[in-house]
Design a protein around this ligand. Structure first.
Ligand SMILES: Cc1cc2nc3c(=O)[nH]c(=O)nc-3n(C[C@H](O)[C@H](O)[C@H](O)COP(=O)(O)O)c2cc1C
Length: 381
């Protein structure tokens, strides 16, 4: 591939370089994938108000997310199995994020463990928590995140049960992949990936295997989730987790204004308007559609962020205009990682930064804090 000019270039390259089952794991939604597609599509409904003859010479995208200074209002979303997009993927992504000056969030379902990432990066990162039935294990995860110097805990509330993703079931998704004929044929066309995997010992769920009681090996994400994730999780548990953690808390997976009020009542620092990238409740609205009502309901009491479908700086600008104080990107950075490793994540961040900077300038603004609803035209459809 020639010059990489947009995130779509990174996606295409990742499609060529990442084994099919792991590429599919990223590029999929649940059931009909309607919500997954709508997350991207609905951004396009919002048109910018172009302004001219405004002095836009000096511009800055710097801002704060839960009080932490960031180079732009974008953080890397927690994503499971990131170390299967590329060997040691979580470490590579965390390093790229730290160098760029944006937060990295490590998933509970990561390949590299909390301790691995802490040892390899130096910069504090955020830890995303899933709540299991085994509450001792949950407490130990929280304690490990604190011991590793994580600077915020992101509690995901929308995945106590798993939305069905056809591709993962058909592909028999496991980490590491099983040596079936189909997988071996596929891997034979991905030599770069294979070489990387031969050079690392991190090939399964690093936060869980050897840590959760009775789990000495774990290859199937689906099986673990179905058995262990706790469907009892409720607002009372959120209070318990907040107390146990004692630091900045972000609640992820809010799609409803009433739930947003509950989230604000917990005293958490931020909430993320998110439908899990269209991977859980298919048929839910796009996140960008849900954002305005939630921002209106609780935006003065808790920081409101959003994720889902962000592929460009223009999308980030629309999200900020519609009331988000920050955003998360999932697939965009994963494609960069699968395509070019650490350099690909850096490239993705540079692209988004530049698109956001120029688009903001075209709208006549020079600071991210000055971006509001008025950079968009009315949208009555
Ligand atoms: C491959 C993949 C794995 C994910 N794993 C997790 C996870 O482990 N924990 C979590 O809270 N969210 C997870 N998510 C959801 C993301 O954090 C985020 O909400 C979503 O990716 C945003 O949509 P986008 O990919 O369109 O940017 C995952 C998303 C993807 C694409």
């Amino acid at each position: 591939m020639g010059v990489i000019t947009c995130n779509e270039d990174l996606r295409k390259l990742a499609e060529r370089r990442v084994p099919r089952m792991f590429y599919d794991y990223v590029d999929c939604g649940s059931w009909t994938e309607t919500t997954y597609r709508e997350n991207e599509r609905q951004f396009g409904r919002w048109k910018f108000r172009q302004r001219v003859a405004v002095d836009i010479d000096r511009r800055s995208l710097r801002t704060r997310m839960i009080g932490q200074e960031v180079a732009m209002p974008v953080a890397l979303a927690p994503t499971g199995l990131t170390g299967m997009q590329r060997a040691d993927g979580e470490i590579l992504a965390a390093r790229a994020a730290a160098r760029f000056g944006v937060p990295f969030t490590l998933s509970t379902m990561s390949i590299c463990s909390i301790e691995d990432v802490a040892a390899a990066t130096g910069a504090p990162f955020w830890f995303q928590l899933y709540v299991m039935r085994d509450r001792d294990f949950v407490e130990r995860l929280i304690d490990r995140a604190r011991a590793a110097g994580c600077s915020a805990l992101m509690l995901t509330l929308d995945l106590q049960i798993l939305g069905q993703r056809h591709k993962d079931l058909k592909n028999g998704l496991t980490a590491p992949p099983r040596p079936t004929l189909r997988n071996l044929v596929d891997l034979a066309t991905k030599p770069r990936w294979c070489l990387g995997m031969l050079g690392t010992r991190r090939r399964t769920f690093g936060n869980i295997v050897g840590h959760a009681r009775g789990v000495d090996s774990l290859d199937s994400l689906n099986a673990w989730t179905n058995e262990q994730f706790d469907p009892h999780l409720n607002w009372g548990d959120v209070e318990w987790i907040k107390r146990r953690w004692g630091g900045p808390l972000i609640l992820k997976g809010i799609m409803d204004a009433e739930d947003a009020r509950h989230a604000a009542d917990t005293g958490a620092d931020a909430l993320v308007v998110s439908n899990h990238g269209g991977r859980q409740l298919d048929g839910a609205p796009a996140s960008i559609e849900a954002l305005p009502a939630i921002a209106a309901a609780v935006g003065s009491r808790i920081e409101v962020w959003m994720d889902g479908g962000i592929r460009s700086g223009q999308d980030v600008l629309r999200a900020i205009a519609l009331g988000a104080r920050g955003t998360l990107i999932g697939r965009a950075f994963l494609y960069g990682l699968g395509a070019l490793g650490e350099a690909g994540v850096s490239r993705c961040l540079e692209l988004i930064h530049r698109e956001l900077d120029l688009s903001m300038a075209f709208c006549g603004r020079t600071e991210i804090g000055r971006v509001d609803r008025s950079v968009l035209l009315p949208n009555d459809t």
